[in-house]
Write a new protein. Structure first.
Length: 81
């Protein structure tokens, strides 16, 4: 490593001597972020709600999900999958 850039600046700070970094045995990986998937579901009263899946979590835009963090719209989608 020959230098660094401080957070909030664009100026490069160089070391007097380059630093050697030993990376033997180090495994680097890039975490995968799941894109949200939205499905429109019609409720019993005719209103449409958005059920969103991100990773293995489901959310719904209905008022019931806001209170209980569980609703029949999410259950319906999970049964179909």
């Amino acid at each position: 490593m020959v230098g660094y850039i401080r957070a909030g600046t664009t100026e490069l700070f160089k070391f007097k001597k380059p630093l050697r970094i030993d990376v033997r045995g180090t495994v680097y990986f890039k975490p995968q972020v799941a894109e949200p998937t939205a499905i429109t579901v019609e409720g019993s009263n005719g209103k449409k709600y958005q059920v969103t899946k991100q990773g293995n979590r489901y959310t719904c835009s209905c008022p019931g999900f806001g209170f209980r963090r569980k609703c029949k719209h999410v259950d319906t989608i999970m049964e179909k999958l």
